[in-house]
Design a protein around this ligand. Structure first.
Ligand SMILES: *Cc1c(COP(=O)(O)O)cnc(C)c1O
Length: 385
């Protein structure tokens, strides 16, 4: 038997289960995506405000950025020679937006989530995480030396029972509660106000909230669910990605200045990886400032989302969503795959999501709405469902 055979067998198994994945070349054209010469409405995009798709924004950015500032590589970590002014500029913008708290940038949301938790935790740390947190946080927890317990998805009562039990446990100096605000796969959301109230009932509890799908989308200034629920100052580690509504790449943390200094000294993916190109930092700063003034787009997206959620439920599907991420939960992978293919043939690019990304028997179509979608599109989509 060749060394490759065991891998080939596992791939065959994935194919039989309908869980085999592969890259597909695609061309993006505004609200459309072209795959295999078929043009489809893009309903799988994280470009929630349509900013990545907007060529005028890019033009404006390049016009105002002189060639001398267009560094395409930082050539090192920020601790060596990579700390270009555009990093400090964008962190200052973030800090000002988020009530003067400290801000720290990372190469990606994934880097951020696999780096922060291991840096902050030791064997006397307990992490309590929502059962459905993103793979990047799971990986961060696994890399840490903390003990790890999951609570039932979005079940703050279960969380409070666990906090009651563990707060008296002498084995732990601190408990870090880890959750998302809007969840990637179900599109439902944590009541952050209630979560903060819960934290305040207990000592030694810190909150780690990933606002990846809410930054740009929620809050009057687009500062995410943290702004919407009025808790920016009360989340110890408020993190998010620049790769979704913010049309760029990277991750950010809003925290206390002590935590910022600590991570600069202890966080391995920050210390041992070349920092992002200064050009991208300047772009993130440019887009972030634009994004804060786009509340009309946010309100429009919320209206579209509520309409689609209702239509999906009216068709008899399970749909927990309260956001622009609207899953249609089907169950079996092969059936989900068939449905996705049929919708794609009808001109709607919707991705099937299967295990292990979601739990067994909860394969689904995952519809991502964004500012380039219109009410008319949603009506047509609903008739296809
Ligand atoms: C997309 C996502 C990430 C990863 O962010 P990247 O910047 O794409 O690496 C992290 N957390 C959540 C909840 C996400 O949805």
């Amino acid at each position: 038997m060749s060394l490759l055979d065991t891998y080939a067998e596992q791939l065959d198994q994935l194919k039989q289960q309908g869980n085999f994945r592969q890259f597909r070349s695609n061309l993006q054209q505004g609200r459309y995506i072209d795959i295999d010469q078929r043009r489809m409405l893009n309903l799988a995009s994280n470009d929630y405000l349509g900013l990545a798709a907007d060529p005028l924004l890019r033009e404006q950015f390049f016009d105002q950025t002189p060639m001398a500032e267009r560094y395409m590589s930082s050539s090192s970590s920020r601790l060596l020679t990579g700390n270009f002014p555009s990093y400090e500029q964008f962190e200052a913008t973030l800090s000002q937006a988020f009530a003067g708290r400290a801000a720290l940038l990372f190469n990606s949301g994934y880097h951020m989530n696999i780096g922060i938790l291991p840096a902050l935790s030791d064997q006397r740390t307990l992490i309590l995480a929502d059962k459905l947190v993103h793979a990047s946080m799971i990986d961060g927890i696994r890399l840490s030396s903390a003990k790890y317990v999951r609570y039932r998805h979005n079940d703050l009562l279960h969380l409070s029972q666990l906090l009651q039990r563990y707060q008296q446990d002498e084995a732990y100096d601190r408990i870090i509660v880890v959750t998302e605000s809007i969840f990637s796969m179900d599109g439902d959301e944590t009541d952050l106000k209630q979560l903060v109230a819960l934290k305040k009932q207990f000592g030694k509890v810190m909150l780690y909230v990933d606002d990846a799908h809410a930054i740009g989308v929620r809050g009057e200034q687009g500062l995410g669910c943290a702004e919407q629920y009025g808790v920016i100052a009360e989340i110890d580690f408020l993190v998010g990605t620049l790769g979704k509504a913010l049309a760029s790449v990277g991750g950010y943390l809003i925290c206390d200045p002590i935590i910022r200094d600590f991570l600069i000294n202890r966080m391995r993916p920050l210390i041992f990886s070349t920092a992002q190109p200064p050009m991208m930092m300047a772009w993130s700063d440019f887009i972030f400032k634009k994004m804060m003034n786009l509340n009309d787009k946010r309100l429009q997206l919320a209206e579209l989302s509520a309409d689609l959620q209702q239509r999906v439920r009216d068709k008899g599907y399970d749909c927990p969503s309260t956001s622009q991420i609207v899953p249609v939960i089907v169950g079996e992978s092969p059936h989900t795959l068939q449905l996705a293919q049929r919708l794609q043939q009808a001109g709607f690019y919707i991705m099937p999501v299967r295990p292990p990304t979601v739990p067994q028997n909860s394969s689904r179509l995952r519809i991502c709405l964004h500012s380039q979608i219109e009410m008319q599109d949603i009506k047509q989509l609903a008739t296809q469902l």
